[in-house]
Design a binder for this molecule. Structure first.
Ligand code: LLP
Length: 445
């Protein structure tokens, strides 16, 4: 029997560090000390300081392999969603492994190219592609634009004409399926801004087929993020298949179907469908369909490959609450503040007696930013002293990429670990970096 990961008491939530890390390939305790692959957190902190994001190369590659193996029986392409973690070292590891990419801006495409990737392996998503985005992607030979509106289709056709090219496109269909996730990361409902309504899609395809510089190559949908059940994916796939049949009847043949990203991960003790079970549920329908399938996973590829290391600066027990003020804050990791996301916080040194360790009490783990919303975790049972190092797990996705300089805080360092090797892959910003692009107002003399 494996130990349970969480214990809830009246005071708060205890996360058993050893039980939590048993589910994470990137992290383990050796002799009571936390390691990322073969490197101790204490060595990483000594070398790179805190706050610092650390990513396990192996954990990223393991998930990529799991996707490929699970969908081996159909022709497929795993297009990693760059927005989840766009560090060029992360992208480079995936380029080498043979991945494709899903991007939403010229910036993300340039990152893929800088990492050695090719535009021919890249799909371009997003509701508001600019003329410059489109021209750049076309000139690089993008694999497909996932189009979300008629006006975007018109713009792509126009830009392609100017460049004397034909633009490969998919329509992103909004299947009106409830992804049963946080409303801010649900994208496949009628009243979300994303995609083309399912009942309008056939007409828009017919319109696209008449445009001189558009080449229809696929169909696409993405219904949301951190989905833990397979049913919404199946419901969306059924709706997409219905459209593919409708298109065949009209003589429009597609070359691929893109099912987007969205597969959830275990942050603490959620039990999301595994990649293998996800594949098993979809494969009968995909096999029957007989079209190559693309996926755009972001979170599931990198979330649990990363941790955010932070140090306890101040302990502030009050009559009502105990606050542990750490050197990371909402500007480094905004998920708890923005989505009320619950992420695990575990100590670098394993507590000797677990929940019964002397001094264990409930702490809010908060940053030093002047906002009440600046918290990383609430009511966590921990035994803390100033100077302690903590690891926030599951931070590899939508962590560093969503960080900001709020309160003039430099963004954290990023490090990659592979076995016993480690390397700085993103330099900590300096204070001077923060205003390097600014200038003083020249007043009239
Ligand atoms: N494809 C498209 C078109 C997307 O919009 C997204 C994510 C993905 C793929 C990747 O989805 P994933 O596999 O990561 O679920 N910042 C939020 C998540 C926002 C997701 C936005 N779109 C968070 O931290 O939870």
């Amino acid at each position: 029997m494996s130990e349970s990961v969480t214990t809830k008491t009246e005071q708060g939530l205890y996360i058993n560090p050893k039980a939590l890390t048993a589910h994470l390939s990137a992290l383990q305790y050796q002799d009571e000390a936390l390691y990322v692959e073969g490197v101790s957190v204490s060595e990483l902190v000594e070398r790179y300081d805190t706050p610092c994001y650390v990513y396990s190369q192996q954990a990223i590659l393991d998930v990529y392999r799991e996707y490929n193996e699970s969908f081996a029986s159909v022709e497929h392409r795993i297009c990693y969603a760059v927005k989840a973690n766009s560090n060029i070292a992360v992208l480079g590891v995936l380029v080498e492994a043979g991945a494709g990419f899903d991007i939403v801006s010229r910036g993300e495409l340039e990152r893929v190219l800088a990492a050695g990737g090719q535009a021919s392996q890249v799909v371009f998503s997003g509701v508001g592609k600019t003329r410059d985005d489109i021209a750049f992607a076309l000139s690089q030979g993008i694999s497909c634009f996932n189009v979300e509106s008629i006006s975007e289709l018109t713009l792509i056709n126009m830009v392609a004409k100017e460049l004397d090219k034909r633009a490969p496109i998919s329509l992103r269909v909004n299947p009106d399926v409830d992804a049963k996730t946080h409303p801010y990361i649900s994208t496949g409902l009628k009243d979300n801004k994303f995609g083309i309504a399912h009942d309008k899609a056939l007409a828009v395809y017919e319109h696209a087929a008449k445009l001189s510089h558009i080449e229809i190559v696929g169909i696409d949908c993405h219904i949301g993020s951190q989905l833990t059940e397979v049913a919404p994916f199946i419901a969306a796939l059924d709706k997409v298949i219905e459209l593919i049949h409708g298109l065949r009847d009209k003589g429009i043949e597609l070359r691929h179907v893109d099912l987007g990203g969205g597969l959830g991960v275990r942050y603490i003790d959620e039990t999301p469908v595994t990649i293998a079970d996800f594949a098993e549920a979809l494969l009968p329908k995909l096999t029957e369909l007989g079209l190559p399938v693309f996926f755009e996973p972001g979170r599931s590829m990198v979330a649990n490959a990363g941790v955010l290391l932070t140090r306890v600066d101040v302990l502030k027990p009050t009559e009502h609450k105990n606050f542990a003020i750490v050197d990371a804050a909402m500007n480094d990791l905004i998920r708890p503040a923005l989505y009320q996301a619950e992420m695990a916080v575990i100590p670098e040194i394993l507590p000797s007696e677990g929940l019964d360790t002397e001094g264990t009490q409930a702490w809010d783990i908060v940053g030093a930013i002047c906002e009440t919303g600046d918290f990383l975790a609430k009511d966590r049972l921990l035994s803390l002293a100033t100077g302690d190092v903590l690891a926030i797990t599951g931070a590899g996705a939508y962590g560093f990429v969503m960080s900001s300089n709020y309160n003039s805080r430099p963004r954290a360092a990023e490090v990659m670990v592979a076995g016993s090797r480690h390397q700085l892959i993103g330099k900590r910003e300096t204070i001077a970096d923060l205003y390097a692009g600014e200038s003083l107002w020249q007043s009239e003399k």
